[in-house]
Ligand binder design. Structure first.
Ligand code: UDP
Ligand code: MN
Length: 288
């Protein structure tokens, strides 16, 4: 198979956490994610898939966390496929009505996630979006089968019908990868939420992870009863990113943004995130 990610060095681990960065903004995200992963103490490798859109200077900040860098190209999809999933066209055909997507988000780049199935030297991998933080060790996810993901919960009950592809468990396999490619790029097929819609379709029997393995930031203000710092293992900043200065929901997400900043800089990381104040305690404190 051509185009499999090229690695910087071999380490011999069987399990890996994998993330993806295709531009400088998501490298920022990955910096906080990798710091959080190292702090959560895992023996698994940390792999960062990167496309040529990222230059070595940008990656310098990640090196402290000793990831394996998997250099790869975008998927070899057809021009017609690429046009259908181009940012402007996708936003028009399938508008995002519930939250804002940053300008640096390129929908086509999401599909590069599928390359993790090419990481065949690993038996098992857990994929985590670059806009997430690991707050507690998640190694038990390596015991879960393919394919597990948490529900896309951030507003209400209807969200349980769908998965969120920011965190999932997988078993690399060239055969799976090849099959995925042939299913992905068919005439006129449009994946409205890119890799997420595709994975839901490819794994119709996907199994659910507890929501706490992919807690979406909007839960903080939409479903505060569900918030539990004690249980949250992975916190995911879907839609607006915590490094976007003064974004639309920044005031409502202040404590979560501050937490992300602490992981991004290494300054002021709480010793124990399980004891942080929840949404109602935080609101009370703001009011007093
Ligand atoms: N991604 C990337 N560049 C892009 C778009 C996405 O590197 O232009 C990667 C990155 O790992 C990111 C993930 O794909 O976290 C999914 O995109 P995002 O997290 O922005 O989507 P959301 O969680 O808001 O749906
Ligand atoms: Mn994300």
């Amino acid at each position: 198979m051509t185009g499999e990610p090229e690695f910087n060095k071999a380490q011999g681990a069987r399990y890996a956490y994998v993330t993806l960065v295709t531009n400088r903004d998501y490298v920022l995200g990955a910096t906080a994610l990798l710091r959080s992963l190292r702090r959560a103490r895992s023996d698994a490798d940390l792999v960062v898939l990167q496309t040529p859109g990222v230059d070595d200077e940008d990656l310098a900040a990640l090196k402290t966390f000793e990831p394996r860098l998997g250099r790869c190209e975008r998927l070899p999809t057809s021009d017609a496929f690429n046009e259908r999933h181009e940012r402007g066209r996708l936003h028009k055909a399938a508008p995002f009505s519930k939250g804002g997507k940053p300008v640096f988000h390129t929908p086509l780049d999401n599909f590069v996630k599928l390359r993790l199935w090419q990481l065949v030297e690993y038996e098992r991998v857990v994929f985590i979006d670059a806009d997430a933080l690991v707050l507690q060790n998640c190694d038990r996810l390596f015991e879960f089968p393919e394919f597990c993901a948490a529900p896309n919960v951030y507003e209400g009950l209807a969200d349980f019908h769908r998965l969120n592809s920011g965190v999932f468990t997988a078993r690399p396999s060239e055969t799976t990868f090849e099959q995925m490619l042939s299913r992905l790029d068919k005439p006129d097929v449009f994946w409205r939420r890119t890799d997420q819609t595709f994975l839901e379709n490819y794994f119709p029997d996907w199994q659910g992870l507890p929501v706490f393995y992919n807690m979406l930031q909007y839960v903080w203000f939409n479903l505060p009863e569900l918030w539990s710092w004690e249980q949250i293992h992975i916190l995911h900043y879907q839609y607006e990113k915590p490094w976007q200065a003064g974004h639309e929901k920044a005031d409502r997400l202040r404590p979560l943004i501050d937490l992300w900043q602490a992981f991004a800089t290494g300054d002021g990381i709480p010793a124990d995130t399980t004891r942080l104040k929840g949404p109602s305690e935080w609101a009370e404190q703001q009011a007093s």
